[in-house]
Design a binder for this molecule. Structure first.
Ligand code: AMP
Ligand code: MG
Length: 417
């Protein structure tokens, strides 16, 4: 099943807007995007990381039958009281995978092990550590709650209930849950394939040498690996020179094999900004001047039906924009529901006077529960990304942050599908 294509003008911004606030830009992505990946039935073993396209329904209750939560002795609670209880044991025992098939009469008890189905007549289990067993009888102190140490059938999930809803991403926990309720295959979107293309005449691959005036391509290895960490399938689309024909051919090749293209460099409106120039020619481009630091315009457009995120070339800006705008967008494209990481409020281990007019993301890490920020805010300092474990998000308006004031900290790992 192939979902409908995105509209060619889905990235158009309202005219006359100068600097778009981050939340407006995110709101626009939320409106414009929808799942683009095909849906099929997948075996659970191959479903990790995928988004469910349909609710996964429990084929079996969990637990499927009432059973013991401990090793001990089972009995009918109603036949016991307070004080010392002495109950004769029935012959045999109930173990996991080897149920006791007879009934346990009221006033008697049975040896029972963890996971064993409660035999007929048993609703309560006393822990073996709390029991003296001798001569076919057990003694323990009464006063247990009815149903103690026993799990009811379906107390976790009923048969026929929604175990995991559509739009939910299958993590390790969901695979465990689905297997436990007998779901061996799910209807899910295939993983989102995201292509990464570096642009710029000065940019060369790190596997070779760099002459004067050239710089190594930092963005491609960084973004490919970031996308994999986020849960996308990264696809290396190589490097394109600042040349319209060459770039156009590479976008063609990319669009044929991926669901989204991330380019870096050439996204502004200068002479050598060929990504934005080409996207403009398709009539699909929105030049998103977002009020964000680190930023620079994003060139958003469609190339042969495939959305293109034209990131700035600066590696710090490219990284932050992929986290802040890419992660939630990819989540929608991959079949998930909209989600923007909210982070946590922690005390600042820095002070800063921030002017109004744009949102700022500072490279940060937690030290003793407080957010420390990288010594330099310079967007050329790629070492700050390596030092950091997350971002401090400062609001659009003016703020005067003092040591110990609450600030929003978002771990890098939170920016994920
Ligand atoms: P641009 O957005 O093309 O104006 O590039 C902005 C800055 O980022 C320039 O200094 C570029 O040399 C640099 N840059 C562009 N692409 C890359 C890349 N793939 N790796 C490292 N730096 C880059
Ligand atoms: Mg350039």
């Amino acid at each position: 099943m192939q979902p409908p294509r995105l509209k060619n003008d889905c990235f158009a911004l309202p005219p006359g807007v100068d600097w778009t606030p981050v939340d407006d830009a995110l709101g626009h992505l939320r409106e414009a995007l929808q799942p683009v990946t095909e849906v099929s039935t997948v075996a659970l073993a191959g479903a990790a990381g995928l988004f469910l396209a349909e609710d996964a329904i429990a084929r079996r209750a969990h637990p499927p039958a009432a059973n013991s939560a401990v090793d001990g002795y089972g009995f009918a609670h109603a036949a016991t009281g307070q004080g010392v209880q002495i109950l004769p044991l029935v012959e045999g025992r109930a173990a996991a995978g080897a149920p006791f098939t007879g009934a346990v009469l009221a006033g008697m008890a049975i040896r029972i092990l963890t996971g064993a189905i409660l035999p007929e007549g048993v609703d309560t289990v006393v822990l073996e550590e709390d029991v003296t067993a001798e001569d076919g009888r057990i003694a323990f102190h009464g006063g247990l709650k009815p149903g103690a140490n026993a799990r009811k059938a379906g107390e976790d999930i009923h048969e026929g209930a929604v175990a995991v809803p559509a739009g939910h991403r299958l993590r390790a926990q969901e695979l465990g849950l689905l297997a436990s309720v007998g779901v061996g295959e799910v209807v899910a979107h295939r993983a989102l394939r995201v292509g990464v293309l570096s642009t710029g005449d000065e940019v060369v691959d790190v596997s070779g040498a760099a002459a004067t005036g050239q710089i190594f391509d930092a963005n491609r290895p960084m973004l490919l690996s970031l996308l994999a960490e986020m849960g996308c399938v990264p696809v290396d689309l190589g490097h394109a020179r600042d040349d319209a024909a060459a770039l156009s051919a590479q976008l063609d090749a990319g669009a044929a094999q991926v669901d989204v293209i991330l380019t870096s460099g050439g996204a502004s409106a200068g002479d050598e900004d060929h990504v934005s120039a080409l996207l403009s020619e398709t009539g699909s481009m929105g030049l998103w001047r977002i009020a964000v630091k680190p930023g620079r315009p994003l060139a958003m457009g469609m190339w042969r039906g495939v959305p293109v995120f034209g990131l700035p070339g600066n590696p710090v800006a490219a990284f932050v924009c992929t986290l802040v705008f890419g992660a939630p967008a990819f989540r929608l494209l991959a079949g998930g529901r909209w989600r923007v990481p909210s982070g946590v409020m922690v005390p600042a281990a820095f002070s800063k006077n921030k002017k109004p007019g744009r949102r700022e993301y500072l490279r940060a890490r937690l030290v003793d529960g407080a957010a420390a920020v990288f010594a330099s805010e310079g967007s050329g300092r790629i070492s700050g990304l390596s030092w950091a474990e997350g971002l401090v998000e400062l609001p659009d308006g003016a703020v005067d942050v003092g040591q110990g004031d609450p600030v929003r900290y978002i771990a890098f790992s939170d920016f994920t599908l």
